[in-house]
Design a protein around this ligand. Structure first.
Ligand SMILES: C[S@@+](CC[C@H](N)C(=O)[O-])C[C@H]1O[C@@H](n2cnc3c(N)ncnc32)[C@H](O)[C@@H]1O
Length: 370
């Protein structure tokens, strides 16, 4: 394998072990509850790709089991020997019970189920979680985890970064509701974009957004190499902040139905805060019949033709306001004639400039709904 491939794989593997913080889960889940207080009532939730002993997903949903009116909570974990990291400490939760198996703890996944008041405390909570080793390593693609997926109504997790596409396909195959973490760049994947376009998957409340100036932050394993400014240590634990990350879902939330407030084309040209728009005109691409709109807040409210907008538009996308036609990565089937070598590459839209062409970053093509 080439050195670069090795590096790339190692990098992707490290990102498979980013752990979600409790407050981030809480903040996101609140958006769905605000929209529909009964969103989880009577539902079975599966949290695959978790280490239930210390996953914040398991803790959060177990603590809110009664409040949300859950029917059943199932979490599964992936065996350490199958992971891309060897960072692992069996917790007292596991070692303190007669079920503990020195070998299985490294080679088998685990399943944690919460369904009833096992300890007769008068309420169902974290202390009622029952666990077993799985038959296999807990791979979400295994037969036994697939059966759990089929039993569940809603799949919630931060899936391994390197298997994002496969994970989404796994959910879609079973036609389940879901709430998962990902990155805004994922929408450009050829397997993911059609789902966004067809309103089968959309950004959650928080995607690619800084909160109090910060990107979303994840805990990383203790052996994670401390390189890069995005890493820091807090209370002895290592954290990483990652631009572009956030949630994808097919659960409804309010923000998704708020139309963007926009000006007409004439007003944009007259008053826009963007120097690229003010006093200029909206121009069409050389190789596709749509106008270039370089900023989401500069979409003209009165233009009825096709418009190309940056990928970050997706965060403001309201399906009642706009229809998504496609993405330049598949729509740009031709290139301008005599394109210099430096501007070649995969499919992209181009603008005519005085001294040649401008090759653009991926654009989503949209049309106003009448
Ligand atoms: C991004 S981490 C998130 C962990 C946890 N869901 C959280 O948010 O704190 C993804 C987890 O999935 C596990 N994983 C990797 N490949 C997997 C697979 N094929 N099946 C199940 N889990 C897997 C990783 O080892 C890692 O613990």
């Amino acid at each position: 394998m080439a050195k670069n491939d090795n590096l790339r794989q190692a990098k992707a593997a490290k990102k498979d072990e980013f752990y979600t913080q409790y407050a981030d889960i809480q903040m996101e889940v609140n958006a769905y509850l605000e929209y529909n207080p009964d969103v989880f009532r009577g539902k079975t939730i599966l949290l695959p790709c978790d280490d239930p002993e210390w996953s914040n997903f398991t803790r959060f949903f177990a603590e809110n089991f009664e409040l949300f009116g859950l029917k059943k909570l199932i979490s599964t974990s992936f065996a350490v020997e199958s992971k891309n990291t060897k960072w692992y400490e069996p917790t007292l939760f596991e070692t303190d019970t007669p079920k503990f198996d020195k070998k299985k703890t490294r080679t088998h996944g685990k399943i944690f189920v919460l369904e009833r008041d096992v300890n007769h405390s008068g309420r169902i909570d974290l202390d009622d979680l029952q666990w077993e080793y799985l038959e296999g390593d807990g791979d979400f693609r295994s037969k036994e985890v697939k059966a759990l997926r089929d039993e569940a109504d809603i799949i919630i997790t931060n899936p391994p970064f390197s298997l994002f596409r496969e994970f989404v396909a796994w959910i879609m195959e079973a036609n389940k509701q879901f709430l998962i973490l990902g990155n805004i760049n994922n929408i450009c994947y050829k397997e993911i974009f059609p789902l966004i376009k067809d309103n089968k998957m959309w950004p959650g409340k928080r995607l690619n957004q800084r909160v109090n100036g910060d990107n979303m932050t994840f805990q990383v394993p203790d052996d994670y190499p401390m390189t890069g400014t995005e890493l820091y240590i807090d209370g002895g634990k290592k954290f990483i902040s990652v631009a572009g990350t956030g949630w994808f879902t097919n659960l409804e939330h309010g923000r998704r139905h708020q139309p963007i407030q926009l000006m007409t084309m004439a007003d944009n040209i007259k008053y826009s805060k963007h120097k690229e728009i003010k006093g200029k005109e909206y121009v069409k691409y050389v190789n596709y019949d749509a106008v270039e709109v370089p900023f989401t807040d500069a979409i003209p409210s009165d233009y009825n033709g096709l418009m190309g907008v940056p990928v970050t538009f997706i965060n403001k996308y309201c399906p009642e306001q706009f229809e998504i036609i496609g993405i330049s990565l598949t729509l740009a089937t031709t290139k301008p004639a005599n394109l210099p070598k430096s501007q070649q590459g995969g499919p992209a839209f181009y603008l005519q400039k005085e001294d040649g062409y401008q090759r653009l970053y991926p654009r989503i093509v949209i049309r106003k709904k009448s």
